[in-house]
Write a protein that binds this ligand. Structure first.
Ligand code: HPA
Ligand code: ZN
Length: 338
């Protein structure tokens, strides 16, 4: 038996945990971006990796999305998507992530002429490689881009029909301001009629009312970000009572200036309210780190004890769509580290 963790931070880094909010396109590191650009005979609009890195000085969500979509242009072939997925799963595994539910944005790719078949075949090949090499279990969540139209989302949903066996849920991402959840009520009605669970980004830059809309109008079972829930005490009570998980992304929130610094983050208030929050990396190649980088930054800001960290680990397992037997085992493995 390895020795017990000597600190709360060591417990948090070592414990088995689920990552429930990570965009595969947001895991594209500069070195892989340049490798794929060369492989595909493309020119990135940056001289080198350092220039790309220097462009990651964001002022808000839109300033990030502009760069994120520009870099995604190097993703062209099935192999590109497989390499991207496998690289992420290697890093997740190194941080104690045993289960990852991974977003992808097919509209970003199909709009550039990349076939849905290439995206799906590449991502699923990467998932299989990650399971084989690292033992990481995965789920795939298709996100609709909320700055595009309802018609565009419906067309994308129709295109996914041959691949539904490999799509475990559906979400909503991209520019939140002025694109409320209610814009996609009919799309998510259809998603639910297919028997697939719904999640949605809400309450990141948008108001707490968007969280309520995502729950009531889209039938979301988890909320991605949700950090502005603190603006509505009745909503806070509801999230706690109904055990609606929030997939919080601390480094993302600071880099996109949702909060000026981690010390001002609403996570302590969300935890104190009894809401099942989870810690996630969102777009780790853009926001300064993966799962354990987020954990180390939180610990530097808040100095949480083992009980809080274990609770966050348990929350991530509970809120995941993992197999029940896996959940039982991971819950026990967390407790065995206490
Ligand atoms: N918010 C909205 N859309 C996104 C994000 C995010 O944090 N990351 C990738 N697409
Ligand atoms: Zn996100």
């Amino acid at each position: 038996m390895p020795p017990l963790p000597r600190s709360a931070l060591e417990l948090a880094c070592r414990m088995p945990k689920a990552e429930l909010h990570v965009h595969i396109e947001g895991t594209l590191e500069p070195d892989l971006a340049f490798t794929l650009a060369r492989r595909n005979g493309l020119q990135l609009p940056f001289a080198d990796e350092a220039a790309l890195q220097a462009a990651k000085n964001f002022t808000d969500l839109q300033s990030f999305l502009d760069l994120y979509y520009a870099c995604a242009d190097v993703l062209r072939t099935e192999q590109d998507f497989a390499d991207l997925m496998e690289a992420y799963l290697a890093r997740a595994h190194a941080d104690g992530v045993v289960h990852a539910e991974i977003f992808f944005d097919p509209q970003t790719h199909t709009a550039r002429g990349v076939p849905m078949a290439s995206v799906m075949a590449g991502l699923t090949a990467g998932q299989r490689a990650g399971a084989r090499r690292f033992g990481v279990k995965t789920r795939l969540i298709l996100c609709f881009l909320r700055h595009l139209s309802e018609d565009d989302a419906f067309a994308t949903l129709r295109e996914t029909e041959p691949y539904l066996a490999n799509i475990d849920g559906f979400g909503l991402d991209s520019a939140e301001r002025d694109h409320p959840p209610h814009k996609f009520v009919r799309v998510f009605e259809r998603v639910r009629s297919l028997g697939k669970p719904v999640v949605a980004h809400a309450g990141e830059e948008g108001p707490a009312a968007y969280i309520t809309e995502a729950l009531d109008l889209l039938g979301a079972v988890r909320i991605d970000h949700g950090v502005r829930a603190v603006e509505d005490p009745a909503l806070m009570a509801r999230l706690a009572r109904d055990r609606v998980a929030l997939t919080v992304c601390p480094l993302s929130n600071v880099r996109l200036r949702v909060f000026p610094e981690l010390a001002q983050h609403t996570l302590p208030a969300l935890i104190a309210a009894g809401i099942p929050v989870t810690i996630n990396s969102d777009d780790p190649a853009y926001f300064g780190g993966y799962m354990n980088d987020n954990i180390r930054a939180l610990q530097a800001a808040f100095h949480w004890d083992r009980e809080i960290w274990a609770r966050l680990g348990h929350n991530s397992i509970e809120a995941s769509w993992a197999d029940p037997a896996d959940k039982v085992r991971w819950h026990a493995e967390i407790d065995a580290l206490l």
